[in-house]
Design a protein around this ligand. Structure first.
Ligand SMILES: *[C@@H]1O[C@H](CO)[C@@H](O)[C@H](O)[C@H]1NC(C)=O
Ligand SMILES: *[C@@H]1O[C@H](CO)[C@@H](O)[C@H](O)[C@H]1NC(C)=O
Ligand SMILES: *[C@@H]1O[C@H](CO)[C@@H](O)[C@H](O)[C@H]1NC(C)=O
Ligand SMILES: *[C@@H]1O[C@H](CO)[C@@H](O)[C@H](O)[C@H]1NC(C)=O
Length: 398
């Protein structure tokens, strides 16, 4: 059997060689050499370019504990400008510092030993003598939160709990320094309180008779999420002498109920005023309170065209120490009126200058977020609030 097979193969080979063209053994040899050379180059480059991974084997793998470590935590410095030349910030260790840009000087305002500052919010007073600390922070809507507040004295390290005089409770809706010295305002139970300085007793500026549906100086859901887009709805004049604030009354607004599933057997419900098409909207009024001397409050009266109708206040900003620019908007949001209000009398005028401006520029004004005024009130400028349309417009009024 074996002999026969071998014989057959020999026969076939012989046949092949005798039939086909003669083989170019030299060409085949050269091709083989080239192929071998290319293959060895490929192998060589793979060997050379492969990174050395032996050191990786020595390192341990990522674990859940690693994710809890500082290395993987985002550090929020809460940086804020104090003036043109100084920034307040929090270090990773929790110290609060001021940093002066001109000379690279760092000053420690607050050491991390006095409080666990990593989860607290802080704000430095205008004169840099006190730091306001917010802790036990409970978020409400997208920006709003309730918290307990304490005032830290940089000079002697004392901590003073912030609370309304008549109450022991410490959970406030809002607190913040004013633009001068260490004056301060806070909101508790829908009412604004004012402290002329950090050590003085708080003065109650508004009283709403425990009515949970009225809030002074803060946005409700509608104003926070849809109208002003800020939580604070009060504005200090630059000299700290006056405070303008909104009173938002939701007595007639229907409420929304949202169940919160927070681990308990039954959900807890969050209930808040939430207007829908056709229902009542929050009614809003603007007041200015005098802070220096005896506190007295004046309402800024809306223009005649909007007075008796449902309206929004979509912008308030001080343009001098006694004048405000205010924009009212009708409910359909197709008519807006930009007024200048006199804080000393409560009169808001859209006549003369403003009316002329409105007639010419109605459309520009309607979509403008926050115009800023030149000191002499002759020109105003659109500020770059909205990233989608980042452009300036300087408008000459005469
Ligand atoms: C406070 O800062 C020091 C370093 O300055 C740091 O070693 C310590 O861990 C910090 N304490 C806290 C609670 O972060
Ligand atoms: C401040 O520090 C930065 C970075 O270290 C340096 O470039 C700059 O020259 C310094 N400025 C002064 C005034 O020392
Ligand atoms: C809020 O509005 C209701 C009517 O909707 C009114 O009766 C009530 O007096 C208002 N409250 C305040 C504090 O203005
Ligand atoms: C605003 O809209 C309302 C309701 O759609 C309409 O009746 C009114 O005429 C509009 N006003 C202006 C100034 O366009």
């Amino acid at each position: 059997m074996i002999a026969t097979t071998q014989q057959n193969m020999t026969t076939e080979l012989d046949l092949g060689s005798s039939d086909g063209p003669p083989r170019n053994w030299k060409g085949i040899g050269i091709a083989m050499v080239v192929i071998l050379a290319v293959m060895s180059l490929v192998i060589l480059s793979v060997v050379i370019l492969t990174p050395d991974e032996s050191h990786l084997l020595l390192r341990s793998h990522l674990t859940m504990e690693d994710l809890e470590s500082d290395e993987f935590k985002v550090h929020d410095p809460c940086a804020a400008w104090l003036n043109n030349n100084e920034v307040a910030l929090r270090t990773r260790e929790g110290h609060v510092l001021t940093f002066t840009l001109k000379n690279n000087l760092t000053t420690t305002l607050l050491d991390n030993s006095s409080l666990d500052l990593t989860s607290a919010k802080f704000q430095v007073s205008a004169d840099k003598r006190f730091v306001l600390l917010a802790y036990n922070i409970q978020p409400v809507f997208s920006q709003s939160f309730t918290a307990s507040y304490a005032i830290y004295s940089v000079a002697n390290g004392d901590l003073l709990e912030l609370s309304p005089l008549e109450r022991e409770t410490t959970e406030l809706q809002y607190a913040s320094w004013g633009p001068q010295g260490n004056q301060l305002a806070f909101v508790f139970d829908g009412d604004i309180y004012y402290k002329p300085n950090a050590a003085s007793n708080p003065l109650r500026l508004t009283s709403t008779d425990e009515d949970q549906k009225v809030v002074n100086g803060l946005s409700d859901w509608t104003y926070e999420e849809e109208v002003l887009l800020t939580y604070a709805a009060h504005w200090w004049s630059m000299d700290g002498a006056r405070l303008a604030y909104l009173r938002i009354n939701n007595s007639a607004t229907p409420v929304m109920e949202i169940p919160h599933f927070l681990g308990g057997l039954y959900p807890s419900n969050m209930i808040f005023p939430y207007p829908k098409a056709g229902s009542s909207i929050p009614s809003v009024s603007l007041f200015v309170v005098n802070l220096y001397g005896p506190a007295h409050t004046l309402e800024m009266l809306p223009p005649d065209s909007l007075r008796a109708r449902e309206n929004y206040i979509s912008m308030v900003s001080w343009i001098s120490s006694t004048r405000l620019s205010v924009r009212w908007l009708n409910r359909a949001q197709n008519q807006s009126v930009l007024c200048v209000c006199e804080a000393t009398t409560g009169a808001c005028s859209e006549d003369s200058l403003m009316k002329r401006m409105l007639r010419v520029l109605h459309n520009v004004l309607h979509f403008m977020k926050n115009p800023s005024f030149h000191n002499d009130l002759q020109r105003f400028q659109r500020s770059p609030q909205n990233r989608a349309s980042l452009f300036y417009q300087l408008v000459e009024l005469f």
